[in-house]
Design a protein around this ligand. Structure first.
Ligand code: FO1
Length: 307
């Protein structure tokens, strides 16, 4: 069985990880997850990408909505609203429980990596879920009208409507990856860059010391396109690519990753992108990248791992 490390964030990342955990077996998979979206709201530390990935792997995610737990209620947030709190961020009650647990444990000195492992053990997630770092690294969005927004303000409160001038990844100290991140990449037979947003989900991971070098040193790094026929399946990746890389296409994503990757997966409907990807010196696979359900995710993962 192959050992796989996958860099992930958001729903595209969660879907790919479900497929990889089925194809490679959960014990052989390590997920390195973006924490640039983390936020402190309602008195708790919310780690949306880590939680989305964990809930999807645990089989308890609200897969229609993408985030949160299936069947969750929103009583706590409703209670806060009735007290006059601006509850623009919808945190479900069970999800609140996860965040309370994390906050309490971190107040007593546990790292985000340790707490995530504890939550995964309790939810019977055998895949190793590694937050990208235990340090404070936050994605900030600079808008055309000159405001600097926290990630969740941009994504949820303002529904990604503002035009983005710049994305800054800010750190309060050294940008060290989490304790096992570089080893997981180095030990893997295959490293997968999930079809997550390159700017918002993958870049924060790439910004950590040693990650880019570890990818360059690896000879089997496979990136899966988050762009199909010029559009993003979910979220603002297409608009951001147009704005920050000049063009929204699969090959523009491949060009953006450049020498970090060896193989790039385009969607089977994007055949005219293959020559452009090959021209970058990359091997190109044409596969069905639209993960409509867990079986489709597994099939995509099997094809990636056997190519
Ligand atoms: N996304 C929304 O669009 N609206 C929400 O109210 C919201 C709440 C939320 C709570 C917990 C959580 O783990 C994720 C949540 N998300 C919500 C998703 C999240 O904002 C983004 O999907 C990620 O940060 C981007 O990957």
């Amino acid at each position: 069985m192959k050992k796989v490390a996958a860099l992930a964030g958001g729903v595209g990342g969660a879907k790919m990880l479900v497929g990889l955990s089925r194809a490679a077996s959960p014990e052989n998979l390590t997920a390195v997850v973006n924490t640039g979206d983390d936020a402190n709201l309602y008195g708790v530390h919310i780690s949306p990408d880590v939680d989305i990935v964990t809930y999807w792997l645990a089989g308890i995610a609200d897969t229609a909505r993408g985030w949160g737990i299936r069947g969750d209620t929103f009583g706590a947030v409703e209670g806060l609203r009735s007290l006059g709190v601006d509850t623009w961020f919808g945190l479900g009650d069970r999800d609140f429980g996860t965040c309370l647990y994390r906050t309490e444990r971190m107040h007593s000195g546990a790292t985000l990596t340790t707490v995530t492992q504890e939550i995964c053990t309790s939810l019977r997630v055998a895949t190793r879920v590694l937050p990208m770092t235990d340090e404070m690294v936050r994605t900030k969005i600079v808008t055309d009208d000159g405001r600097v927004l926290d990630f969740q303000e941009y994504f949820v409160k303002e529904r990604t409507r503002p035009e983005v001038a710049e994305i800054n990844i800010e750190a309060g100290g050294p940008r060290r990856p989490g304790p096992d991140v570089l080893a997981a990449v180095g030990d893997a037979d295959a490293v997968v860059l999930c079809p997550s947003n390159p700017f918002l989900s993958i870049d924060p991971i790439l910004s950590l010391a040693g990650v880019r070098d570890a990818l360059r040193a690896h000879d089997n790094v496979v990136a899966v396109t988050p762009i199909v026929r010029g559009g993003a399946l979910k979220g603002p990746a297409d608009r951001l690519l147009k704005r920050l890389a000049g063009e929204a296409s699969a090959s523009a994503v491949a060009r953006y990753y450049g020498d970090l990757i060896d193989v790039f997966v385009v969607d089977a409907s994007d055949g005219d992108e293959v020559a452009k990807v090959n021209a970058l010196g990359l091997r190109c696979l044409e596969l069905d990248t639209i993960m409509r359900n867990h079986d489709a995710s597994e099939l995509l993962a099997r094809e990636i791992l056997s190519a």
